[in-house]
Design a protein around this ligand. Structure first.
Ligand SMILES: Cc1cc2nc3c(=O)[nH]c(=O)nc-3n(C[C@H](O)[C@H](O)[C@H](O)COP(=O)(O)OP(=O)(O)OC[C@H]3O[C@@H](n4cnc5c(N)ncnc54)[C@H](O)[C@@H]3O)c2cc1C
Length: 381
């Protein structure tokens, strides 16, 4: 079925994004996957093509787009490409929006130009070694001392943490009766004394997307680096997480479609028992069923994108989109790998990498169990 959310301008932009990724990422993707990180210089190069700051106002060097659809185009093309650059998605789809929605004009003038030019990549640090799903249980604290907050704690699994020039750190700044209160967003800048990073974690998949532990020991964060309301972090996270979840759904859906296309190509060329693998009923029925399911999820994700642009996307609907798109992505990765036989298990074939990359979609951005909790709540349960 025809997609209706994009027009010719988006189509032209998609061609540009493909060209940039073909030039800047594809020739190096295998090496970066092996090295577990991309070079920092990649980011300004992507920014030159306008990829990093699409929604940043033009006065701060960005593309000035109000719509999320251009971000969606980049997210889809990254998901279809030869290396999943989740740190780029996170920067433009998650971190930049926090600054657009919450930063004061002075903070925007200070930080947005670097985020648009790729000089300053952003990260967000919520998860801790002791707590992930239960955000209100975090142990990182900040205590006010004059014009500074003194930050202490550790964060883990931070996407893009290795190269981040700015990290939005969620810290407990007060004890309140409601444990969701008293949390504050503090922007910690690269080079601040007491802020250190661990080595990127060695993961099952997403090898070129660095995921890093961050440590904060008596870090003096100036009060002017508070993002949004002091004590208001939980509400800020709640209003920004639907966009993050939808962006995961967008990437998962694009990867699902890529896996089906790549598997159709593979089964067409592979000969078994003297004939094409594509002629077996199991192959045809498997891919037909997956294509039909992908089509149905596609329409849900596109509808959610339209609702996000209209300012109408609810937390429960974003959770539904993330849930179904990532569950289907996992099934497609598994069944498409099976159709590749042994070749599906070697990394020369894209399906092997995609299988490993896809697994985390059901875990991060809020696990799918948390998505179900949000949806259940919307049902009054
Ligand atoms: C590659 C990667 C990148 C990431 N990037 C970031 C990042 O940039 N910033 C960041 O802050 N975090 C990031 N994360 C962390 C991620 O968001 C957490 O891993 C996730 O929220 C789950 O938290 P946890 O790992 O502590 O699991 P836990 O919270 O310990 O959960 C363990 C299991 O229990 C289930 N569970 C938990 N609570 C409930 C409940 N109430 N009901 C039913 N089941 C429940 C979970 O669904 C899961 O299956 C990343 C993680 C990975 C792997």
């Amino acid at each position: 079925m025809r997609r209706t959310i994009f027009d010719e301008t988006h189509a032209a932009f998609r061609q540009t994004v493909r060209k940039i990724l073909a030039q800047e990422v594809e020739p190096h993707a295998e090496r970066w996957e092996d090295e577990g990180i991309v070079p920092r210089e990649l980011y300004p190069r992507l920014a030159q093509g306008g990829l990093l700051g699409l929604q940043i106002p033009e006065e701060h060097g960005g593309g000035g787009q109000r719509s999320f659809l251009y971000n969606a185009v980049v997210t889809e093309e990254i998901a279809r490409g030869s290396s999943f650059l989740g740190q780029v998605n996170l920067h433009m789809n998650v971190v930049v929006p926090y600054f657009l929605h919450l930063a004061t004009p002075a903070q925007q003038a200070r930080w947005l130009p670097g985020m648009a030019s790729g000089a300053t990549m952003g990260a967000i640090a919520m998860t801790e070694p002791g707590t992930g799903s239960d955000l209100a249980g975090m142990a990182t604290t900040a205590v006010r001392e004059g014009d500074h907050w003194i930050l202490n704690g550790a964060k883990t699994f931070i996407t893009g943490g290795a190269h981040a020039g700015l990290v939005i750190v969620v810290a407990r700044t007060a004890r309140t009766e409601d444990r969701r209160g008293g949390l504050t967003l503090l922007v910690v800048e690269d080079g601040t004394p007491g802020f250190t990073r661990g080595r990127p974690l060695r993961k099952l998949g997403l090898h070129a997307q660095d995921t890093t532990e961050l440590f904060f020991t008596d870090v003096r964060v100036p009060v002017e680096n508070v993002l949004g309301e002091e004590g208001g972090a939980f509400a800020h996270l709640t209003s920004n997480l639907p966009q993050e979840r939808l962006s995961i759904a967008v990437g998962s859906q694009a990867m699902s479609e890529a896996m089906i296309t790549e598997t159709v190509e593979y089964v067409t060329s592979r000969q078994v028992f003297g004939k094409s693998l594509a002629t077996f009923q199991n192959t045809r029925f498997t891919l037909a069923a997956l294509a039909a399911q992908a089509e149905s999820v596609r329409h849900m994700v596109d509808r959610a994108l339209a609702e996000l642009d209209a300012g109408e996307l609810s937390a429960a609907d974003a959770a539904k989109a993330k849930l179904v798109a990532t569950e289907l992505q996992g099934r497609i990765a598994d069944e498409c790998l099976q159709l590749h036989g042994g070749y599906g298990y070697v990394r020369e074939y894209p399906i092997a990498r995609r299988y490993a990359d896809a697994r985390v979609s059901r875990i991060y951005g809020g696990s799918n169990e948390i998505m179900k909790s949000i949806i259940a709540k919307s049902l009054g349960l």
